[in-house]
Design a protein around this ligand. Structure first.
Ligand code: F6R
Length: 239
């Protein structure tokens, strides 16, 4: 596992964007694994800028990590709406090539199996990750088995609280989500985890220096052959 220390959020976003753009330049049909949350938004802004300057996403496909159960494209709080708003609607990607789990599916087990099959059929050149304060990746909370595939999770109180800032009312934050599993995250050829801010410092430390343990899902990245953690000064502080 490689750790890149950067000064601030701007530099973190630039390093993330450079890695993603590098993959598209290598292969115009690259499959990108993407994340939601606040952290990758600066990187997405730079991808939009790159597209305006000639980097084409026309043949690129994407697979997102997760979606809230019961929220879909008609909800502004869903991750599918987030991705359209922050990235997809501003680049030349074919929206048919963008994939997220369907949080509105009637049969969630079937939906998990469908998404797992899609992940298996679409090898990712790179998977972008954010990091939960408790070390989660995707919505794989502490104690999720490392061999997990796409599944439904009950979010921890800490994650619900962290996500509440994006909702008007705390009661509206969904308690369940569908997430790509840890084994599937690990199948990406390259993994880039972005961590910004002092509230991530403990999780960054546990992921990089702690023992590889299901108590800290991100520590599994120590076992990946090409994983990079990009951390700004505040997130890096305990290393
Ligand atoms: C989002 C996701 C989560 C976030 C994490 C950090 O798709 O899978 O693991 O990456 O909760 O969120 P932010 O970036 O908002 O601090």
């Amino acid at each position: 596992m490689k750790v890149i220390k950067v000064k601030n959020y701007e530099e973190l976003s630039a390093v993330g964007a450079e890695i993603v753009i590098g993959e598209i330049k290598k292969n115009a049909k690259a499959v990108l694994g993407l994340a939601t949350g606040s952290t990758p938004v600066g990187m997405y802004d730079l991808l939009i800028k790159a597209c305006r300057e000639g980097v084409s996403f026309k043949n690129v496909s994407t697979l997102n990590l997760d979606e809230y159960v019961s929220l879909g494209a008609d909800s502004p709080d869903s991750y599918v709406s987030f991705m359209r708003d922050k990235l997809f609607d501003h680049i030349d990607i074919d929206i048919k090539n963008t994939h997220l789990p369907d949080g509105n599916a009637d049969d969630l087990d079937k939906e998990c199996a469908r998404y797992s099959a899609l992940i298996a059929a679409m090898p990712r050149a790179v998977q972008v990750l954010g990091l939960g304060r408790n070390g989660h990746i995707g919505f794989n909370e502490p104690n999720t088995p490392f061999d997990s595939a796409t599944h439904v999770v009950e979010l921890t109180a800490d994650t619900v609280e962290a996500n509440a800032r994006l909702f008007e009312r705390k009661e509206d934050v969904p308690r369940f989500a569908i997430t790509m599993g840890i084994a599937e995250i690990m199948q990406a050829k390259k993994i880039v985890l972005l961590a910004s801010g002092a509230n991530k410092a403990q999780a960054v430390y546990a992921a990089v220096k702690g023992e590889v343990s299901e108590l800290c899902p991100a520590s599994v990245l120590q076992r990946h052959g090409d994983a990079v953690i990009v951390a700004d000064e505040d997130a890096y502080a305990l290393l």
